[in-house]
Design a protein around this ligand. Structure first.
Ligand code: SAM
Ligand code: SF4
Ligand code: FES
Length: 349
């Protein structure tokens, strides 16, 4: 009964207290079903049945940071490093366009080899060659750099704050600051990027209270895109023996955020599909409306190892495209046409 009331409030007001969010996070049985069904209904009402696909180009596996959970962290000496050159990145973007993608996501570790000028040149070249939206996922930079990338043609930016618990943030991100990360997210919003942010589920030490606060912070940052994924331990990191994040809590967080920001774009992440063979399908059925297949060649896919066991790692990009399309159709949904800009972004800007 209580959960039903909370869901009604979320549906009409798009707002919940931390305690209400916590109750939804521990919902089970009929209550949980109702949470997922309500989120699915809200997704349908605000976004429709289209699932938009983003072509993910992981262009560098070098990183100057040392995040405790990530296989690309600089202290992982057995990580395989590569950098794609400008022409190669543009070629992959072209291939993604030919496969039907209308958004490409340029993602990398924090790699300063890609200076402001190099990245601007890559962005401009892609924009000249193909009509795609460009999402950057390259971590923290200066305001001037973010501005230059936007002026060069970048449309969107994805950067998770990872955890809203500052103590945990400090512990797992040596040399980095939570304050700076949030400041970067605010700059990106101010510069007119379609803003994506989110968090990891299941970092050791994270409590239910933290998770509820993570959800509230996404709402406060007024995200247009929301990336939430379970933590998966990587054997060459300090968190190698930690327990993986919960699929159930990930799905519930997706559902709750769909209720709080009804018109945001929310991906069913690869990490979710890695921990549960039906994870992406489940995500799409409880609020998600985006999937981000990798469009790189097998050689690079294997080297960009954030965590072990990643799905699709041995599949070529064309096969993934076909596979994901049939998954979407099997759920009674359809592949989105066009660039699939976040409706939240359109509404507020
Ligand atoms: N370097 C940029 C950054 O940190 O924003 C972009 C690339 S980073 C690899 C993209 C995301 O991967 C991070 O935001 C983090 O949440 C996720 N990630 C890293 N290691 C992970 C792990 N072991 N399990 C699940 N997700 C992980
Ligand atoms: Fe680098 Fe991003 Fe991995 Fe942190 S999460 S080590 S910033 S690639
Ligand atoms: Fe990659 Fe199914 S989406 S093999």
């Amino acid at each position: 009964m209580k959960v039903k009331k909370i869901l009604e409030k979320a549906y009409y007001e798009n707002n919940l207290t931390k305690d209400e969010i916590k109750l939804l996070l521990i919902a089970e049985g009929e209550d949980k079903d109702l949470l997922f069904k309500t989120a699915d209904r809200v997704r349908k009402e605000h976004i429709g049945d289209e699932v938009f696909l983003r072509g993910l180009i992981e262009f560098s596996s070098y990183c100057k940071n040392d995040c405790f959970y990530c296989g690309l962290r600089r202290s992982n000496l057995s990580a395989q490093r590569y950098r794609m050159q400008e022409d190669e990145i543009v070629e992959v973007a072209k291939r993604a366009y030919q496969m039907g993608y209308r958004t490409v996501v340029l993602q990398s570790g924090e790699d300063m080899y890609y200076t402001k000028d190099r990245l601007c040149s890559i962005i401009k070249k892609i924009k000249r060659v193909v009509d795609v939206a460009i999402t950057l996922s390259i971590g923290e930079r200066s305001y001037d750099e973010y501005k230059a990338f936007k002026d060069a043609g970048a449309d969107r930016f994805l950067m998770r704050f990872e955890t809203s618990n500052e103590k945990l943030y400090r512990k797992y991100h040596p040399g980095m600051s939570f304050e700076n990360r949030i400041e970067c997210l605010k700059w990106l919003k101010k510069l007119g990027y379609e803003l994506g942010t989110g968090f990891l589920i299941g970092l050791p030490g994270q409590t239910l209270d933290d998770l509820a606060q993570d959800i509230i912070l996404v709402k406060e940052l007024d995200a247009d895109m929301i990336g939430i994924g379970p933590f998966i331990p990587h054997p060459q990191t300090p968190l190698k023996d930690a327990k993986e994040g919960s699929v159930d809590l990930t799905l519930k967080s997706i559902a709750i955020l769909r209720l709080l920001i009804p018109d945001a774009n929310i991906p069913a992440t690869t990490a979710l599909g890695t921990l549960d063979p039906l994870g992406r399908q489940k995500g799409l059925m409880c609020g998600a409306n985006i999937v981000m297949p990798n469009v790189n060649s097998l050689e690079y896919k294997l080297k960009y190892e954030l965590y072990p066991g990643k799905i699709c790692i041995n599949e070529d990009a064309t096969k993934c495209r076909g596979c994901i399309e049939s998954i979407i159709v099997s759920l009674g949904r359809k592949v989105g046409q066009g660039k699939g800009q976040s409706r939240h972004y359109k509404r507020v800007s």
